[in-house]
Structures are given as C-alpha cells and as structure tokens.
Design a protein around this ligand. Structure first.
Ligand SMILES: *[C@@H]1O[C@H](CO)[C@@H](O)[C@H](O)[C@H]1NC(C)=O
Ligand SMILES: *[C@@H]1O[C@H](CO)[C@@H](O)[C@H](O)[C@H]1NC(C)=O
Ligand SMILES: *[C@@H]1O[C@H](CO)[C@@H](O)[C@H](O)[C@H]1NC(C)=O
Ligand SMILES: *[C@@H]1O[C@H](CO)[C@@H](O)[C@H](O)[C@H]1NC(C)=O
Ligand SMILES: *[C@@H]1O[C@H](CO)[C@@H](O)[C@H](O)[C@H]1NC(C)=O
Ligand SMILES: *[C@@H]1O[C@H](CO)[C@@H](O)[C@H](O)[C@H]1NC(C)=O
Ligand SMILES: *[C@@H]1O[C@H](CO)[C@@H](O)[C@H](O)[C@H]1NC(C)=O
Ligand SMILES: *[C@@H]1O[C@H](CO)[C@@H](O)[C@H](O)[C@H]1NC(C)=O
Ligand SMILES: *[C@@H]1O[C@H](CO)[C@@H](O)[C@H](O)[C@H]1NC(C)=O
Ligand SMILES: CC(=O)N[C@H]1CO[C@H](CO)[C@@H](O)[C@@H]1O
Ligand SMILES: CC(=O)N[C@H]1CO[C@H](CO)[C@@H](O)[C@@H]1O
Length: 611
C-alpha cells in the first residue's frame, strides 16, 4: 500500500508545480542566430542551442525563450515568417527542434517560442494565394484600393489608401501588381499585415499555436501585439482614415514619429484576441497538465499594458514591463529605481504576476544602458523581485554592444536609413553580436574560417563565459548565486519591501514568516558606505552573504548583523537572514496542499520502513 500512496503524492506535487512554474520562472531569451553555431556556417542554430542547454540548466534557468526559428527569407531577421509550421533551414530541421525540446525536458527546462502574429513574410503561400484572390486566403491580409489624387499641375495619380507610415519609414502601404491593390505592412515591405478582422485568420492562428503546443512547448512570447488591428474602414465610409500629425520635432513625413498612431496601435479589439489565445493555451491544462505561459510585448503606456493581464471575465497574458529598459538608465538614482518598481507593483491588478526585463534583441545591452558598474545590481533586482525574470543572452556575463560597420550591417531598421554615417542610431545589430563563450577565435561561437553573420564584439577576450567561470568574482558567478536563491520560499512568495535609503542606496527585502528572509542591497555610489538597517523591524538581525557582486569587498558566507553593513562602491549584495518571526509553529500554513500531502505520506513511509 505504501508505495502507491507515495507515488500518487509525488504525482500531485509535480502537477502543482507544472501549474505554477510560470509565476516565478527565470526565463532566458536566446537569439538563435547568435547563440552557438554547431555546423561552422557562421550562423547560430538549434543544435548549437541543444549543445549548450546543460550550461543554462546549471545556471538556474527554468525556461528558454527562442526568438523566431520559423521558415523565413530573413528580410527582417526572421520576423517575416513564411511558414509558421516549419523550421528555418539554417537553424536546422524539425527533428533538431524535437531533440532540443526533448533534451530540454530531460534537464527540467521548458521551451517557450516566439509567436509573431502581426504579419507573415510576403513569400508565404498564404500571401501568394491572397494576391490571386484564392479562397480561403483572399482576405488573409489587409488589402485596399489606392486613392485618386491630382498633383500641383492637375495631373491625376494614384496614392496609397491612407497616410500611414511603416515603423521602418515610408508608406505602410505597398502596391501589388498581381492583385491590383495595396497591402498594409506596418513593418518592412516584405511583411504584409494579417487581417484579424477575418474569422478564418483568427482560426488559422489558433491552430498554429496548437501545432506547437501539441509538440510540448510551454508557451509563447507574443511579438508586437499592439499592432494587430487597424481602424475598421466600415466605420469611416469605407476608407482607411488618415492619422493626425504628431508635431514631433524634426520628423519628416516618412518618419514613423511624424504621425499620432490613433488608428494603427492599441485598438481595443487586440485585447480580445489575447484573451482568445489564453483560452487556447488553457485547453492544455487538461490535456498536458501544464500551464502554458503567454508573455506579450507591447510598447504602450502602463494603463494600456495592464489590460493584457485580463479582465474580470477573461484571463489574459503577462505583458512585458519594459520599465527597466525604458525608465532606468546609468544616471537613475535609488529613489527613481524604487519608484519604477513600486509603480508596476501598484498598477498591476492584484493576484497577477509581475515581470522584469533587463534586455532584449531590440535594445542596447544592459552594460551600455546602465553602465558596466550596474550589471550586477540590475541582474540581481530582476531576479529577486516577485514574478518572472527575463535575461537576454549574454547579460549574465555583462556583454556590451559590439561595433558593426555599415558594410556589416544586417538590421533592416538600420539599412533603411541608407545613411552610412548615422545608421548606427537605428541599428540593433550591436546588441545581437555572437555570444562570448570563451577567448578563442570567434569567441567560441563558431569554428568558421569565414565571417560570422555579425562580427564578434572586440572585447570577447576579456568578457567571456569561460573566463568568468574560471574566477570566483565575476558577473556570471554572481548571477548564478542569485539565481540559486530563487527557489527559496522567501523569493518565491515573500512580501516585497523596497527602500531607497539615500540617492545611492537601494534595499529590497522579501520576507515570509517562518522562513529565512532575503535582502538585496545595492550601492550605486562611487564610494563605500556602511548602512544600518535596524529601521527594518521585521528583518532578522543576523545576515549571511549568499551572493557578492564583482565590486564588493564582503565575500560570500560572511556573516554580520543588520546594524552595520559595509557596502563597497558599485556593489550589489544578496543576504540570507535568520528566520522571520510571526509564523505559526510549523510554518506548515505556507505550504501548498499537495506538498503537505507529500510530506505527511513521506513521514509515514519513512516511519514504516524503520519499524
Ligand atoms: C566546424 O565544426 C563542424 C561540426 O563539428 C565541422 O563539420 C566542420 O568541419 C568544422 N569546420 C572547420 C573549419 O573546422
Ligand atoms: C528523449 O530523451 C529521453 C531521455 O530523456 C530519451 O530516452 C529519448 O530517446 C529521447 N527521444 C528522442 C526522440 O530524442
Ligand atoms: C480613380 O480613377 C480611375 C480612372 O479615372 C477610376 O476608374 C477609379 O474608379 C477611381 N478610383 C476611385 C477610388 O475613385
Ligand atoms: C509640375 O510642373 C512643373 C513645371 O513643368 C515641374 O517642374 C514639376 O516637377 C511638376 N510637378 C510634378 C509633381 O510633376
Ligand atoms: C518581398 O518583398 C521584398 C522586399 O522586401 C521584395 O524584394 C521581394 O521581391 C518580395 N517578394 C515577393 C514574392 O513579393
Ligand atoms: C465600427 O463598426 C462596427 C460594425 O461595422 C461596429 O460594430 C463598431 O461599433 C464600430 N466602432 C466604432 C468605434 O464606431
Ligand atoms: C483564470 O485563471 C485562473 C487560474 O488559472 C482560474 O482559476 C480562473 O477560473 C480563470 N478565470 C477565467 C475567467 O477563466
Ligand atoms: C565597404 O564596402 C565598400 C564597397 O564594397 C568598399 O568600397 C569599402 O571599402 C568598404 N568599407 C569598409 C570600411 O570595409
Ligand atoms: C560558503 O558555504 C558553502 C556551504 O556552507 C560552501 O559550499 C562554499 O564553499 C562556501 N563559499 C565560500 C566562498 O566560502
Ligand atoms: C515591438 C516590435 O516592433 N516588435 C516586433 C514586431 O515585428 C517587427 C518586424 O517584424 C520586429 O522587428 C519587432 O521586434
Ligand atoms: C517600453 C514600455 O512599455 N515601457 C513602459 C513600462 O512601464 C512604464 C511604467 O512603469 C512605462 O512608463 C513605460 O512606458
């Protein structure tokens, strides 16, 4: 009898963690072209990722999220998908993907995919059939007739359906000879926007989600979500309405900033699609026993973003909070950082899961934005705040932006400037250069004798993983030490308290009654300071260093009391405190029911074994 009961209990506990895993997940964003090249063609690939999965597991990563790996002609680094159900050849095959998934599962890590629903590539079969009005693809895209106009000399000419501008400059409308109409592309010309006002498109995209969920992926990060819908011409006498001018200084009509995007961004219909996808993902709670994560990307203001979480009647997604990217920089004070954290926690609807993003493939690297001196601090904050933490590949070792010449430039956003002098202001290539595995040729990223797809950053011999693994004091060891604490009850469930003791001292505590507390201390100043935390009444007095940043004099395992904590210049420290008071005797109150069942049964079975 004993064994079956025990197994049942274990199964229940596992199921619970499969349902809750996402609430505190440490997610690692992989940019596949730049992570690891396994076949020597200068471009990263799936087998390269699979080869490095054990590294990620050792580091404490719960899930990897891969930027697009779907078939694409690559006019926009894989965001122009031509077949949502196959793998881009240079990354490998579907068998390689299945193996990656399997190995990842074997290591206890989950795989999250990028979902790019705003558009397909123009070379997709869907688009091709839409240009010839072949059912059911006729209305898969946003098609419209041009408008007649007369120029200053009275000559008739045809102009695009509206004044809308693409993110990458110029009209958002492109004339297509075969169909004799214009199609909408909010991004590059090769990316026609899908028509979400078509039920067939809605169903098609749900089936794409199901295709990958059936394989066993653990969810999606949804790209460019706030541009799914445009104004409905039926509400504007059959025409697409012009957007009003923004009045932005220095903007010319071809610039995206020239217009106020009231008809192309953040339309309320977008939220319903997100809630509908949530329902699709929730089908898998029953069939696979796993909660599937959905993270949405939207560069919108806070109030609009918050709506992605869902409503009283519909569940939604986790909107990426980019406040660490947008609202914190090298000069931010402890007061400002505290304000940014508190603001998100305040506006987030209660019961929802926060998230902290320190970098991605679209932004300059953290070490450049926040300064090398703040790499440990920012990594630690993301990892000790409640909710999901997302690390972009390379931020754990403090990689910096690489230099990419005009000749080597790949990013369409930069190429479209046609400006060999100022292109770099628009380029996202510097933050996409290959990962620095070691100090060997091509930073260990590729064994190619030719060029890698983007050049490796010049500092790879000093800033690389192997070097950081070899020394006790490194961004990598600090990151790993902090990540290791994420499974503690305090970081999983503890109450959050943030304090700015001064302009340069930030203190974050996570305290849970009956458990050891966690205390993060950041000194942003260029001078050492000694702090007294006796004003934090609930924080136990005895502290032990569990992670010590590269600039800190206090070493790991040092013990001290909260009344006097010496913090070096530009140092980030993580402490474990003694047991926080106020809990009930056993602390059992804080355990989830399945875990409780497991403990009780385990105790029984141990007793039985020795009786
Ligand atoms: C690079 O590695 C791949 C895979 O091991 C191998 O097939 C290829 O020959 C190597 N290329 C060079 C130039 O060493
Ligand atoms: C998946 O991994 C398991 C071990 O974790 C192994 O036994 C199995 O053969 C693998 N399957 C595939 C298709 O690679
Ligand atoms: C534009 O002018 C052409 C030729 O004069 C005409 O056939 C067409 O219907 C006009 N289109 C619109 C939208 O008025
Ligand atoms: C209008 O005519 C003038 C004089 O012939 C010419 O210089 C100008 O380029 C024309 N404008 C357009 C838009 O064709
Ligand atoms: C797709 O768009 C690109 C420009 O981005 C163009 O060069 C190419 O010819 C287009 N292909 C098709 C099939 O329309
Ligand atoms: C737009 O038109 C649709 C029907 O075509 C209608 O349901 C909707 O309420 C209208 N929206 C606005 C903002 O007028
Ligand atoms: C939302 O999700 C939660 C947790 O998965 C579930 O308990 C709740 O019933 C869902 N609400 C709706 C409206 O579907
Ligand atoms: C860039 O390419 C052009 C044309 O191939 C060449 O003339 C120029 O020297 C190159 N510049 C650099 C910096 O490599
Ligand atoms: C700190 O203590 C842990 C466990 O007691 C031990 O494994 C580790 O080696 C110690 N680290 C240092 C830097 O002393
Ligand atoms: C927010 C944003 O622009 N996200 C993506 C939407 O699609 C474009 C073009 O495909 C990508 O480059 C963006 O990263
Ligand atoms: C990029 C982005 O969406 N940033 C928003 C994140 O949240 C802050 C508020 O905390 C907004 O101000 C940013 O615009």
């Amino acid at each position: 009898m004993r064994l079956p009961i025990l197994l049942l209990a274990v199964a229940t506990a596992a199921a619970a963690s499969d349902l809750d895993w996402w609430k505190t997940a440490l997610v690692y964003q992989i940019y596949p072209r730049s992570f690891k090249d396994s076949n020597g063609d200068g471009t990263g690939d799936l087998n390269g990722i699979t080869e490095k999965l054990p590294y990620l597991q050792e580091t404490g990563i719960d899930a990897i999220w891969m930027s697009p790996i779907y078939r694409s002609p690559n006019y926009d680094s894989g965001y122009d998908i031509t077949d949502y159900r196959s793998i881009q050849e240079e990354y490998g095959t579907m068998e390689d993907f299945d193996r990656l998934l399997n190995v990842s599962r074997g290591l206890g890590m989950r795989v999250v995919l990028d979902f790019v629903p705003n558009h397909t590539g123009n070379e997709s079969e869907w688009f091709s059939k839409s240009t010839t009005r072949t059912s059911p693809y006729t209305d898969y895209y946003v098609w419209a007739d041009g408008l007649n106009a007369t120029d200053e000399n009275g000559t008739l000419y045809e102009k695009p359906p509206s004044n809308w501008v693409s993110t990458f400059r110029g009209s958002a409308w492109q004339y297509h000879q075969v169909r004799g109409q214009y199609y909408l592309h909010q991004f590059v010309i090769g990316q026609p926007d899908l028509n979400y006002r078509s039920d067939v498109v809605q169903e098609e995209m749900k089936n794409v989600l199901r295709f990958w969920l059936d394989k066993g992926v653990s969810g999606f990060r949804v790209d460019a979500i706030n541009r799914l819908y445009e104004a409905d011409p039926r509400n504007f006498s059959g025409l697409y309405p012009d957007e009003p001018l923004s009045g932005a200084e220095g903007a010319v009509p071809d610039d995206y900033e020239y217009l106020q995007h009231i008809y192309t961004e953040n339309l309320f219909e977008t939220y319903d699609v997100v809630y509908d996808w949530r329902d699709v993902l929730d089908e898998y709670i029953t069939s696979q026993g796993e909660y599937k994560i959905m993270m949405t990307e939207a560069y919108a203001d806070l109030q609009l973003m918050i709506r992605y979480y869902g409503t009283k009647t519909r569940n939604g997604s986790i909107p990426f909070n980019f406040s660490f990217l947008g609202d914190i920089n090298k000069d931010s004070t402890a007061w400002e950082i505290k304000t940014v954290i508190d603001k998100w926690m305040t506006y987030m609807p209660s019961g929802n899961v926060a998230n902290w993003v320190n970098g991605n493939h679209d932004q300059s690297r953290m070490a450049n934005r926040q300064g090398v001196d703040r790499v440990d601090a920012m990594n630690m904050l993301a990892l000790i705040l409640p909710g999901v933490a997302i690390t972009y590949q390379g931020e754990e070792i403090g990689m910096t932006d690489g230099y990419v010449s005009w000749n080597d430039t790949q990013d369409p956003q930069a190429c479209n400037t046609n400006d060999p002098v100022n292109y770099y202001k628009k380029s996202r290539d510097p933050n996409r250069t290959p990962y620095h595995w070691d100090g060997s040729a091509n930073a260990g990223f590729s064994n190619t004798t030719g060029a890698t797809w983007l050049p490796v950053a010049s500092n790879y011999q000093t800033v690389n993983l192997a070097a950081q693994m070899a020394t006790q004091k490194s961004h990598y060891h600090f990151y790993k030490d902090v990540a290791a604490q994420r499974k503690t009850p305090a970081l999983q469930e503890g109450d959050l308290d943030t304090r700015a003791l001064s302009e340069s001292l930030l203190v974050v505590t996570r305290l849970l009654p009956g458990e050891a507390g966690m205390l993060g201390v950041v000194n942003l100043a260029a001078e050492a300071q000694t702090i007294d935390l006796t004003s934090l009444k609930i924080l136990p007095s005895d502290l032990e260093v569990v992670a010590s940043g590269v600039n800190c004099a206090l070493e790991k395992n040092a013990t001290l009391t909260k009344s006097s904590i010496p913090v070096s210049a530009h140092c980030a420290l993580l402490f474990r405190s003694g047991i926080v008071g106020g809990g009930n005797a056993a602390g059992a109150h804080y355990l989830s029911l399945p875990l409780l069942v497991l403990l009780v049964v385990a105790t029984y079975s141990i007793t039985a074994c020795f009786s």
